[in-house]
Design a protein around this ligand. Sequence first.
Ligand code: AMP
Length: 198
Amino acid sequence: MLGSRLKIPQLSTGDLLRAAVRGGSELGRDARKYMDAGKPVPDDLVIQLILSRMQQKDCENGFILDGFPRTVPQADALDKAFKVKRIKIDAVISFEIEEHELLDRLTGRRVCPNGHGEWHIQFHQPSNPGFCDVCHAPLIQREDDTEQKIRVRLSAYRKDTEPLKKFYADLKLLRPVQADGPMPAVMQLIETTVKELS
Ligand code: AMP
């Protein structure tokens, strides 16, 4: 929603990795075993993927990074690349939400197998329940959206990603957003945050 409002692309490392898995590249094959287990993909693979995506023309006027950086070494690599390119980070948004709410959202998520988007069995149904609004393919549950794998992902978050909040707070870039409300309410909070930047 923010990407279409600002007319800039959203670069999601999760989406890029899933596309690499679908495409059957070597990187995709390497990444798959980590992703299916709910574990973080090694830093060097993710950094290589995102830095090359940022070179594309549609990123010239800015972009939103989604799910990256997730570790301090990734944040350091990003910082280095941005210094060379003289790119400045405007803000780092941290979505604040209780774990039980997160579990409901992730276990109920259903995605298009062709990468057209994601829905929820309760909170965000497609017009024809169970089928993609774009290509009409039957929606599927992501391998890593089971409760057991979500718990693995949450523990990786606590260990490797949460320390980034201090990293970006020290740089005065962190903007926490309360994310437990419905989508339009969360979007409103993000818009307010973004407006305050200009
Ligand atoms: P996501 O779509 O952001 O939930 O990511 C799905 C999976 O892709 C994660 O559980 C990781 O296995 C992998 N992944 C995505 N982004 C990263 C990242 N920045 N660093 C390491 N692994 C990642």
